[in-house]
Write a protein that binds this ligand. Structure first.
Ligand SMILES: [Zn+2]
Ligand SMILES: [Zn+2]
Length: 306
């Protein structure tokens, strides 16, 4: 599991387990994680990686960046380098080589100011991040990728054996209405072992193995229709549903789900998008079904599952 502070949001991620990056931003800081595969015999010395990093940073910020402190450091049991410098921000950067993965990793923190809060954030990030091991770790997720609009915040990210789950949330509150969009992105690994029979029959898998859990994450979810479509070249079932609830404050909800089996990684993916609008009576509330459908399709089309 990988914890990020509540006010932070994942703004970009890309690549895969071998080479990739992610960037998380909040009002007063951002951090970046970059990794690149490096075979044991061809590993560049970290000092070269640092040099290239500084050069790029100087180019980006169009200024000379003096290094304030540079020292060796142990990071997740690996020998690494720690750098402290000032660009437009206060930066604390860790470089290391992980022979187990094997990859070179750069973890960069940039704060408007270094204070108790920023130190806490840094410590929490470092303790919640796993570099390697156990077969399932933070990088595993990056074998798949998708893009969500920046208004969505990553609100939960969980990884347990056999299962990875992300929740992204877009929440708008106005005096007379509350509008919420949620994306539940989830996959189950070793699908042909975990779901020996059901992985071949996705309608059945959703009903028997998934719906109960999904209801915990996505209250009131129900589907009224199901059809076949392709997602990332796999046969997928697409489900749609709508619901209404509440007496004094009326809530309308729309749901769409895509579920497919990815033979390449032996995973079942299930993605659910929901939109909720709540308004006090007698105000009208209506979800624009056309726009909701377009949003769902648009999001699903950005998914690369393998
Ligand atoms: Zn490692
Ligand atoms: Zn796939």
């Amino acid at each position: 599991m990988f914890r990020i502070p509540q006010d932070a949001r994942l703004v970009s991620e890309g690549g895969n387990a071998k080479t990739g990056y992610m960037r998380i931003e909040a009002e007063n800081y951002f951090f970046e994680l970059k990794w690149e595969e490096a075979q044991p015999k061809k590993v560049k010395p970290l000092s070269e990686v640092v040099e290239a990093f500084i050069k790029r940073l100087e180019k980006e910020t169009k200024q000379k960046i003096p290094i304030r402190a540079k020292r060796v450091a142990k990071i997740f049991e690996h020998d690494g380098l720690f750098l402290s410098l000032r660009s437009n921000m206060e930066e604390r950067i860790f470089f290391w080589y992980c022979a187990e993965s094997p990859r070179v990793v750069i973890l960069r923190f940039a704060f408007k100011a270094i204070d108790t809060t920023s130190r806490t954030i840094m410590r929490q990030m470092l303790t919640s991040l796993k570099c390697h091991g156990e077969g399932i770790d933070v990088w595993t997720l990056f074998e798949s990728s998708f893009r969500a609009p920046p208004s969505f915040q990553l609100s939960e990210r969980k990884m347990v054996v056999g299962r990875t789950y992300l929740l992204l949330l877009d929440h708008k509150l106005t005096p007379f209405a509350e509008r919420k969009k949620e994306i539940v992105f989830e996959y189950f690994s070793m699908a042909n072992v975990q779901f020996e029979e059901e992985h071949k029959d996705l309608d059945r898998w959703v009903d028997k193995r998934y719906m109960k859990d999904l209801k915990k994450r996505c209250r009131g979810v129900k589907f009224q229709s199901s059809m076949q479509e392709k997602v990332n070249n796999h046969a997928a079932v697409i489900k749609k549903g709508a619901g209404r609830s509440g007496i004094l404050t009326r809530r309308s909800s729309s749901y769409s789900n895509a579920t497919w089996y990815c033979e390449d990684l032996n995973r079942i993916y299930s993605v659910t998008i929901s939109e909720h609008i709540a308004r006090p009576l007698p105000l009208k509330r209506k979800i624009d079904e056309g726009a909701f459908g377009d949003f769902f399709r648009g999001f699903v089309s950005t998914i690369k599952c393998h």
